[in-house]
Design a protein around this ligand. Structure first.
Ligand SMILES: *[C@@H]1O[C@H](CO)[C@@H](O)[C@H](O)[C@H]1NC(C)=O
Ligand SMILES: *[C@@H]1O[C@H](CO)[C@@H](O)[C@H](O)[C@H]1NC(C)=O
Ligand SMILES: *[C@@H]1O[C@H](CO)[C@@H](O)[C@H](O)[C@H]1NC(C)=O
Length: 504
């Protein structure tokens, strides 16, 4: 897939690196690849038999929220325990015993986004959050031993019943004590749903049950349940995105995937180590951070790759942290109290043991004033872009962004950090000067030239057009032509990069 990334970069004229500085171009590719490729989680024990010649069914690129994974055709039917729509006896249709959590209040605490298109990146430079999906499984205790040895912290996205392992809170099974051990050793516990279904195929009740039933089981084990979740297969269409907002979940994806689940053989796992190295070698813990995905249901991941990753992480001067920590979210927000209370989190993050020492700079993502950080992409009047998810620059027209239209000379220094422009236009093209940057901005929809400087809202949902621009968004900088997708198929997010291929 590297060729495709390179192709997309070319098609987008270099602008897809909008979120990395010019000096980071070497490793901006894997980061981008991680967050754009959607090679995601699924709970098959074995993807395919080596040498079987089974062709992979894989879409080239998918919109966010509609990811598709590499599934060998002939084993696709065995991936799940069974199909919940075709048999009440399915594991996924067996509700766990325990107190019903559905009426528990769900205040949305903290600054991390709930629901919606979700979270792909850590915010604190120097942090790496290693995450594991699909467990607990029979390797998970050994994995916890390894993390203890290194003083490292993981986040576990727990699946309630999969791989015929039974229900996680079944008192006759070992899983509850594994989950209690995770909590006792300072790891973060998150939800990977009850039975790892595809949210594109569930009705509203089934979708809700996938979260609530896992809450019931986790509450039964811990006395509290998580506010962080990762959708199976990374598929969370619009309905799912709003359900997660209703239920008060942070939808958590990743920006680095070593594909350990695809390389679960002694002579293949090196490929995953190489993907890790591509991202980490030459990266800068003073500036970079990663939200990384693994699966603790695979032998080579647990007994081979994990050592490599943890060794490398510390050697390169990174901190090993939980997802909540890498997002700057205080531990009391990671969970909701159920039949018990959320315990105090007392685990210190060990200092990096690597050689690098960062120059003392003020963290640009931290608000430097008493102003509120923009939550809707607007700025001015006591609201700053610094530290917002839209970019740190406030344009002269009052919108947050990170591209040249919003930063540098097009920026209002009172409401953000103007030096943070990270998307210089490529090649020899002159920078757009834009029309007069003060005063009225005109109607963008009737403008044929470049959009008025910084007068557009940077897309937060992957849509574009009207007064919403892709430039500087998390989705890539190109806005595709097929706007009608949005109207005709609300669950399909408009995908700027697909648009780029069509245009290219
Ligand atoms: C874990 O389960 C797998 C699949 O059932 C089995 O092949 C393996 O031997 C088990 N490993 C351990 C350590 O129990
Ligand atoms: C999820 O469901 C959608 C809609 O049926 C389907 O197109 C997609 O291939 C499914 N993905 C996986 C990984 O099962
Ligand atoms: C671990 O991975 C390496 C490749 O990186 C491989 O050569 C080695 O045999 C693996 N070790 C085990 C015990 O599987």
């Amino acid at each position: 897939m590297r060729w495709l990334d390179a192709f997309l970069l070319a098609v987008c004229a270099g602008q897809t690196v909008a979120h990395t500085g010019p000096d980071e171009s070497r490793h901006s590719l894997p980061r981008l690849a991680g967050s754009r490729r959607f090679l995601n989680t699924f709970s098959g024990k074995r993807r395919w038999q080596k040498g079987s010649g089974t062709p992979l069914v894989k879409e080239p690129e998918q919109p966010r929220g509609e990811a598709v994974e590499a599934v060998p055709k002939d084993i696709a039917v065995h991936l799940k325990d069974c199909q919940i729509n075709y048999g009440s006896g399915c594991d996924g249709n067996q509700k766990p015993d325990g107190v019903d959590t559905s009426d528990i209040e769900r205040p949305k605490l903290g600054d991390v986004r709930y629901g919606g298109v979700g979270i792909y990146d850590c915010v604190n430079p120097g942090d790496i959050a290693v995450t594991f999906d699909d467990g607990p499984y029979n390797y998970t205790n050994d994995l916890l031993d390894k993390f203890a040895e290194y003083g490292a912290k993981a986040t576990f996205f727990i699946t309630g019943t999969n791989l015929h392992k039974g229900k996680i809170n079944d008192p006759d099974l070992p899983w509850a004590s594994v989950i209690q051990r995770m909590a006792a050793e300072g790891h973060q516990i998150a939800s990977h749903t009850w039975s790892h279904e595809n949210f594109s195929q569930l009705d509203d009740t089934q979708a809700r049950n996938q979260l609530i039933w896992n809450e019931i089981a986790l509450n039964d084990i811990l006395g509290y349940f998580p506010t962080y979740m990762r959708p199976p297969y990374s598929i969370c269409p619009r309905d799912c995105q709003s359900l997660m907002a209703d239920l008060g979940y942070h939808v958590t994806y990743f920006d680095l995937d070593t594909e350990g689940y695809l390389n679960d053989e002694e002579d293949m796992i090196q490929t995953s180590k190489d993907i890790w190295d591509d991202a980490i070698d030459g990266s800068d813990p003073c500036k970079d951070s990663y939200l990384e995905i693994e699966h603790d249901i695979h032998y080579q991941t647990v007994y081979n790759l994990t050592d490599y990753i943890l060794q490398s992480l510390f050697d390169h001067g990174y901190r090993s942290v939980t997802v909540g920590q890498c997002l700057g979210d205080p531990p009391e927000n990671w969970y909701r109290a159920g039949s018990g209370s959320v315990p105090e989190y007392t685990f210190a993050v060990p200092d990096p043991t690597g050689t690098s020492s960062c120059p003392t700079i003020t963290d640009p993502s931290a608000p430097t004033s008493t102003m509120d950080v923009s939550e809707d992409g607007t700025c001015g009047d006591g609201v700053t872009c610094a530290g917002s998810s839209f970019g740190n620059c406030c344009s002269v027209n009052g919108w947050c962004g990170a591209s040249i239209d919003y930063c540098g000379q097009n920026c209002n220094p009172d409401f953000g950090d103007c030096a943070d422009g990270d998307s210089p236009l490529p090649g020899d093209e002159p920078l757009p000067s834009g029309p007069e940057t003060s005063g009225g901005s005109g109607d963008p929809s009737t403008t044929t030239g470049p959009a008025p400087t910084g007068s557009l809202q940077v897309s937060i949902e992957g849509n574009c057009g009207g007064d919403v621009t892709c430039e500087g968004s998390e989705f890539g900088n190109c806005c595709s032509v097929s706007v009608s997708h949005l109207a005709s198929a609300p669950t399909v997010l408009l995908y700027p990069i697909i648009g780029a291929i069509v245009l290219g």
